[in-house]
Design a protein around this ligand. Structure first.
Ligand code: TRP
Length: 458
């Protein structure tokens, strides 16, 4: 073997492409569909502030850790962790983080693809021009009617799943690059158009006030847990997705710089989507807490009253679907990479296998909005709620917590300092305090407070 054993043949061809791919993973339904509706349900400003703090204090250090682990381990998350434990004589049990990530991946991809299916359906509906001049009521009822039809929802969910598996089967780098390079700037431009529309209708001032004026009376412990979970979800952290991508990073990429770029882009897009959507909400007098339907009940109204709205509206949903695709691909990567290391099967076969399992799990979420809407598994959660909440509120933060602890207290600090270019003692100590104490403690405190809230009911 040559001395290049740590360089894999399927590397991202440059650091720029890695940034694109990681940003493609981060920017998705979490930014455009989820962030606005959870901000709406949790009262706006104060929630947004907590979310921003979570991104900075928890998200950024965990992302740095994940990319670094991938880069050091050069394999699937499970194998990377095993490699690192073996090299440094640490208990192999730490690879449990990787196994947990595989399970989390199935859970997330299953419901993520269902929502992405809704987006695909909206591509067609907007292009058809039927929302031109439509009222808020008709846009709202069009959404409820669609959700009530398990057949239609299944069809579009299946379509999205098939497209995702097709790309996953072809390997990570191909296709992804093209998708992100053009679709992300385009999403950005269309969000600016929507923001301009919001300024024009007069809803923007109220939207900005809602999102950026913290009113702490509307903040409770549950909102804090949701903000924390969302910080993980939106940055694709806590299950090894970014770690798996990190395995293909060229040696010369700066982990820290890349992380800042991705976190910045991701946050920017979420805030823009929030601003655009709440401007429509306030201009139309809609309730801000419309839950999962918020995106689908607002954006068509705006495009419906803009010139060329059918085309640009269709394009907007198409771009959101592409953003969801680049995210979905990354969710499957830890599993697919791991299975490819373990069994001698083509990537295509493995991808199809993963797709079938996710499809079966996803049907639970499809039916949660119609046939099984009264089936509550625990609390008052439907199948979809369970998948959504357990992954975001428990699995991702727990994964992130363990990743931070592993990097701070298990890996030898010399390796970490070298990889992150921490030359001065102060920097080394600052990093250790952040990732080894502040980040894990923040996650733990939020967990404990939420648990106490559930038990003592405050
Ligand atoms: N971050 C993506 C979004 O906001 C979703 C996503 C991709 C994800 N990969 C992930 C979420 C890994 C959790 C873990 O849409």
């Amino acid at each position: 073997m040559s001395e290049l054993t740590t360089e894999r043949s399927d590397m991202w061809s440059s650091s720029f492409i890695f940034v694109l791919a990681a940003a493609g993973s981060a920017v998705g339904l979490g930014n455009i569909w989820k962030f606005p509706y959870i901000a709406g349900e949790n009262g706006g400003g104060a929630f947004v502030l907590v979310y921003l703090i979570c991104i900075a204090v928890i998200g950024v250090p965990v992302m740095i850790s994940e990319i670094m682990l991938g880069k050091l381990g050069r394999a699937s998350p499970i194998q990377s962790l095993l490699n690192l434990c073996k090299t440094h004589n640490k208990p192999a049990g730490w690879s449990a983080i990787g196994y947990m990530g595989v399970v989390t991946g199935f859970v997330i991809l299953s419901f993520y693809a269902v929502i992405a299916g809704w987006v695909c359906y909206y591509v067609l509906r907007l292009f058809s021009g039927e929302f031109t001049g439509a009222s808020a009521e008709s846009v709202g009822s069009a959404f409820s009617e669609f959700l009530a039809s398990p057949l239609q929802v299944t069809l579009f969910f299946t379509l999205f799943m098939v497209i995702t598996i097709f790309f996953v089967a072809r390997g990570v780098t191909r296709g992804l690059e093209l998708c992100v390079r053009y679709s992300m700037p385009a999403v950005f431009v269309l969000l600016i158009v929507l923001i301009g529309y919001g300024v024009h209708t007069g809803g923007m001032a109220e939207s900005a006030k809602f999102l950026f004026t913290p009113d702490f009376s509307s903040l409770n412990a549950q909102a804090v847990v949701i903000a924390l979970g969302h910080a993980f979800f939106t940055l694709s952290l806590g299950m090894g997705a970014i770690m798996a991508y990190g395995a293909y990073v060229p040696q010369n990429v700066s982990v820290v710089q890349t992380t800042f770029t991705i976190a910045f882009l991701d946050t920017l897009l979420a805030l823009m989507a929030g601003l655009a959507i709440f401007a429509i909400v306030f201009a139309e007098g809609l309730p801000p807490d419309s839950s999962v339907g918020l995106l689908f009940q607002t954006v068509p109204i705006a495009f419906g009253s803009l010139p060329g709205g059918a085309f640009f509206g269709g394009l907007f949903f198409l771009l959101v679907a592409l953003a969801a695709l680049t995210s979905a691909i990354s969710i499957s990567e830890p599993v697919v990479a791991y299975v490819s290391e373990r069994i001698k099967a083509t990537r295509a076969k493995i991808a199809i296998g993963v797709g079938v399992v996710c499809w079966l799990l996803g049907m639970g979420s499809v039916l949660s909005f119609n046939v099984w809407s009264d089936v509550k598994l625990f609390f008052d959660w439907t199948f979809f709620d369970v998948f959504d909440k357990v992954s975001q509120l428990v699995l991702l933060p727990l994964g992130g917590l363990l990743i931070a602890l592993f990097v701070a207290w298990v890996l030898p600090s010399t390796i970490v300092n070298e990889e992150l270019g921490l030359v001065t003692k102060q920097r080394q100590q600052a990093w250790r305090v952040i990732v080894g104490v502040v980040t894990p403690l923040a996650v733990l405190v939020v967990f404990v407070v939420e648990l106490a809230r559930e038990i003592f009911g405050f």
